[in-house]
Design a protein around this ligand. Structure first.
Ligand code: MG
Length: 169
């Protein structure tokens, strides 16, 4: 693996762990305002982000690369309302999509087909993450504005369960 691809992949471990930390922060916020379904949704999201970090970790080790852990940034807190974390979530996923694309471009330029193959799963996953984040905002804006609607939406999100990523390395 060339230095750029390895370096960006190593950085991605940090970014995915930051994502987990950010989403745990969202869960923490929702927990504090009594929206346990929203909290559940983001707790599971945080678990998935940790899985993403582990996939990069495993991929680098499988290819004989050294992994270096860096400081994980403090996530934002103190949100002004129940929709704000959802909007920040979508913004963040778009940023992560950009990061995955950057690694893909570096792999492409190096004709690193193995890494491109590995990243294909993440390209698809990012499409799903953006769709899910956008759907949450739409639902919140449509139904979350009155107490009954918010109660129902919170109950719906309580039903999300964790499943391990479909990609195995
Ligand atoms: Mg991720």
């Amino acid at each position: 693996m060339n230095e750029k691809v390895a370096g960006l992949s190593n950085d991605q471990i940090n970014k995915e762990l930051y994502s987990a930390y950010l989403y745990l922060g969202f869960a923490n916020y929702y927990e504090s305002v009594g929206l346990d379904g929203f909290a559940n949704w983001y707790e599971i999201q945080a678990q998935e982000e940790r899985d993403h970090a582990m996939l990069f970790y495993r991929y680098l080790h499988n290819n004989g690369e050294k992994v270096t852990f860096k400081t994980i940034e403090q996530p934002e807190s103190g949100f002004s309302g129940n929709t704000e974390p959802l909007k920040k979530g979508l913004e963040h996923e778009k940023y992560v999509t950009g990061l995955v694309n950057d690694i893909y471009m570096a792999a492409y330029e190096d004709h690193d087909f193995r890494t491109m193959q590995f990243l294909n799963w993440f390209v698809k996953e990012q499409g799903e993450e953006e769709t899910n984040a956008a759907e949450l905002i739409t639902k919140m804006e449509l139904f979350g504005t009155d107490a009954k609607g918010l109660y129902a939406l919170n109950n719906e999100l309580k039903g999300r369960t964790y499943s391990a990523p479909s990609l195995r390395l």
